[in-house]
Write a protein that binds this ligand. Structure first.
Ligand code: NAD
Length: 480
């Protein structure tokens, strides 16, 4: 059964709590059908300038509110999103090609995010307090933040920036990806009914909009989530213009499966973590290292599991677990990994080039497992951000640690074993911002989240993330 996809067009920028149309428009594309979606604003420099001015004007009064008062606004936003739950889920399915069930998960994680973030506080740190003087480290909000969001999980990644930014006392301008603007434009409409003018604004536009924001002298911080290549560009601009920045970038997460792993538990978990959202989550499992002793049994079991439990097809179909790739550019990129498999005659355990069908609409690619390619293959060293990944054999602990750490990415990594002490020994050596034993992609709004090495700079979420939206301040009082 396919769910009806609902749009409440027209869509507007939200500037100073006004629904603001633009002269030019652009639009998204439904990845399951390749149909054009309704027009959305395409912001020009004047729109950015207006939004920055409104955000600057709103900052002093917003910063002056108490934590509790700011948190209360976040809670009201969560309630408003929840009251429009079905519309948001429909938009996520239609614009992202996200399987219906997965869109529901994104929405509930987003609600949780806002509600938990509303409870976070940064405590002042008293370093010295004597009869003569006190020295306190305080955390002061920065001003206007630009939240630049990718197309894969717009709602969660959008509120994951909005929540901490405004909770810490900043105002924020959210920029969704041109490939997936609808969810966040609607969220902006709800926020306009809750927050004072200029505190939360949303601007959509083409690829000229990101640079307009990062270059703008009125922006104090850029919180960017996206690819490593774009992250480097954002980093250059922020370096030159001396803006604070958090960069949440691409990953190539490894899961290391030990010889004693319980396949009945581990196989369904890893299959899900590899293919959920069609491999288009920064923290999907993207390389599976399986101990030689259980390699064959693992491979057989994961292939059977995906075939039986993870059907792929149109996102709006209730039975679909794995939807299409989100956009044409990404689809062409992911196809290169299928072409590599074909050209290099890799052994294919599941899916593969022979199952790629080019004669129907939609950016569909089959879930694919490549059976033990060489470590030099692109499918091992690069992030496809699509439903294809390698399964690799390992025998020696030091060797697998070296192979997992061999690349520039360091977002997440996991180790799976019935013996947690043994797994922890390996996990302790992994170079990544999140490391899990017997899990992967477990995140929480009160835990920091981010990458090591080229997977990022700084962390979002939790008190660590909240502090990233502040300047630390040394506050001295010499007691008279
Ligand atoms: P992308 O880098 O192409 O775009 C991300 C955002 O940046 C979009 O809003 C885009 O419009 C904007 N942008 C493009 N050029 C810009 C510029 N020069 N200056 C400022 N902004 C600019 O990434 P994408 O294709 O949308 O997303 C996929 C990538 O994001 C993958 O590599 C994935 O791993 C990564 N990602 C990382 C995380 C994380 O938290 N680490 C989460 C999700 C996705």
């Amino acid at each position: 059964m396919a769910y009806k996809l609902d749009f409440k067009a027209p869509y507007y920028n939200i500037i100073n709590n006004e629904l603001s149309p633009t002269t030019e428009t652009c639009h998204g594309v439904n990845p399951s059908t390749e149909e054009a979606l309704p027009p959305v604003p395409s912001s020009a420099q004047a729109d950015v300038d207006r939004a920055v001015e409104a955000a600057k004007a709103a900052f002093p009064a917003w910063r002056a509110l108490s934590w509790d008062e700011r948190g209360a606004h976040l809670l009201r936003l969560a309630d408003a999103i929840e009251a429009n739950h079905d519309e948001f889920r429909h938009l996520d399915v239609a614009e992202c090609g996200k399987a219906f069930q997965t869109a529901g998960v994104e929405l509930s994680m987003s609600l949780d995010h806002l509600r938990v973030t509303a409870t976070l506080r940064i405590a002042d740190e008293t370093v010295e307090d004597t009869p003569e003087r006190s020295a306190v480290v305080r955390y002061r909000p920065l001003g206007v933040g630009a939240a630049i969001v990718p197309w894969n999980w717009p709602m969660l990644l959008g509120v994951g920036k909005l929540g901490p930014a405004v909770m810490a006392g900043n105002t924020v301008i959210i920029k969704p990806s041109p490939y997936a603007p609808y969810v966040l434009l609607r969220l902006g409409e709800l926020a306009a009914k809750i927050f004072p003018p200029g505190v939360v604004q949303v601007l959509s536009g083409d690829e000229s909009l990101g640079p307009r924001l990062t270059e703008h002298p009125g922006i104090a911080k850029v919180s960017f989530t996206g690819s490593i290549a774009t992250g480097r560009k954002v980093g250059e601009v922020c370096g030159r213009t001396l803006k604070r920045m958090t960069l949440e970038l691409g990953g190539n997460d490894a899961a290391v499966v030990c010889d004693d792993a319980d396949l009945a538990k581990v196989v369904p978990a890893i299959a899900f973590l590899a293919f959920v959202s069609s491999g288009q989550i920064c923290m999907n499992v993207k390389r599976i290292y399986v101990h030689d002793k259980i390699y064959d049994a693992f491979l057989k079991a994961i292939v059977a599991f995906v075939r039986q439990h993870m059907p792929h097809g149109p996102a709006a179909d209730a039975t679909t677990a794995i939807g299409p790739v989100q956009n044409k550019v990404q689809y062409e990129k992911v196809k290169e990994f299928f072409q590599e498999a074909e050209a290099k005659k890799f052994s294919i355990a599941l899916g593969g080039p022979s199952e790629v069908s080019l004669d129907k609409k939609g950016f569909f690619l089959p879930p694919t497992l490549v059976d033990n390619p060489s470590d030099e293959a692109r499918i091992v060293g690069e992030e496809p951000f699509g439903p294809i990944l390698p399964v690799l054999r390992w025998t020696d602990k030091d060797e697998v640690i070296r192979r997992v750490n061999a690349f520039e990415t360091g977002l997440g990594a996991s180790v799976w074993s019935q013996d947690t002490a043994k797994a922890t020994e390996i996990a302790n050596e992994l170079e990544a911002g999140s490391v899990w034993v017997n899990s992967h992609f477990t995140v929480a709004p009160n835990m920091p989240f981010g990458g090591h090495k080229s997977s990022g700079i700084g962390m979002d979420w939790g008190v660590v993330g909240l502090k990233g939206w502040c300047n630390p301040q040394a506050f001295w009082t010499i007691k008279g």
